[in-house]
Design a protein around this ligand. Structure first.
Ligand SMILES: Nc1ncnc2c1ncn2[C@@H]1O[C@H](COP(=O)(O)OP(=O)(O)OP(=O)(O)O)[C@@H](O)[C@H]1O
Length: 294
């Protein structure tokens, strides 16, 4: 197993705001990661530190074995696509693409041409005149055509419709299978991307809440619905994430796993049991007041 990112005790403070607090994780080579969490959780700050754009207050970051700060050897291997990307005012789509082609060593012009056509991007139009969705499509085209060993997408598809987003997901999967690399995807559209993700890191209030392989998450949480009495008899020993009551029915979200015996009891009582989707899991865990997963 080979880690291309190693982060230890990573902290970023902005005067009195601790945006990232003692974060620790590793990113393995050739895997698709989801960096998830609600607004203000600290995701962008982490991605900016990984790409050497801002400096940590404390802690250590190694990307491809070295500090990314002012390190051209490391930075040449990273493509960071962010929604707030700025381009020179005079730049047209073609200028952005040509510049990207000259920067990224693994650039694949065929991929770029296919995507420019699929997204129907007007090559001669200035970037500042593009619609929000078209602007995002340019970023996605660069991210995929760069074939960078570490490609980071921070909320890459603002303004893109469902058809264009699907095009991105399909292209990413297809190209990733043929040319494996490491991808970090940060997005609020969790359910849409959940099938793409092999590993999930959830950030909450600047800290790592979950760092887990996606296929290990199916047992992380459940919702259980039944009468108040039935539910209470079952959940005494469980860690409750959320609980709501409507009339005689109570619905609880509990942290897994459930034992065989508990599952049998639930079946005997004919209660409604569902595993949480990744989005439900992230929302329920990060909505808790203490934000803590015990
Ligand atoms: N330049 C800055 N100066 C001061 N505070 C900042 C700065 N950048 C980020 N923050 C604060 O740090 C915290 C984390 O912000 P960050 O942008 O990393 O979150 P995020 O998870 O990317 O959120 P979103 O999903 O909304 O993009 C927030 O409280 C934010 O207000």
């Amino acid at each position: 197993m080979h880690n291309i990112v190693e982060v230890k005790g990573l902290t970023k403070k902005y005067s009195d705001v601790t945006a990232v607090n003692q974060v620790e994780f590793q990113i393995e080579k050739d895997k698709i990661y989801g960096l998830l969490g609600k607004n203000g959780a600290g995701k962008t700050t982490i991605m900016q530190m990984l790409t050497g754009q801002i400096f940590p207050s404390h802690g250590e970051i190694k990307v491809f074995g070295e500090s990314p700060i002012e390190n051209q050897v490391v930075l040449n291997q990273i493509c960071f696509i962010k929604e707030s990307q700025k381009y020179p005012d005079v730049f047209r789509v073609i200028d952005v693409i040509e510049t990207a082609a000259s920067i990224f060593p693994n650039w694949d012009q065929e991929v770029a041409d296919q995507l420019l056509e699929e997204f129907r991007l007007p090559l001669k139009k200035r970037m500042k005149k593009l619609s929000r969705g078209m602007f995002s499509s340019v970023g996605i085209t660069i991210g995929l055509a760069s074939r960078a060993p570490l490609t980071i997408f921070d909320e890459p598809y603002l303004g893109l419709d469902a058809v264009a987003r699907n095009l991105f997901y399909n292209y990413l999967l297809e190209d990733y299978s043929a040319h494996p690399r490491t991808v970090i995807l940060s997005t609020h559209l969790i359910d849409e991307v959940s099938k793409l993700l092999e590993h999930v890191i959830v950030i909450d209030q600047g800290e790592v809440l979950i760092d887990e392989e996606t296929d290990q998450l199916h047992d992380y949480g459940y919702t259980l619905t039944g009468t108040k009495k039935q539910i209470e008899s079952l959940i005494k020993e469980k860690n409750i994430i959320t609980k709501s009551t409507l009339g005689t029915l109570t619905s609880v979200t509990i942290k897994g796993p459930l034992s065989k015996k508990e599952k049998e009891q639930i079946q005997e009582l004919n209660l409604d049991l569902h595993t949480l989707s990744l989005q439900q899991l992230v929302v329920s865990l990060t909505s808790r007041k203490d934000g803590e997963l015990k």
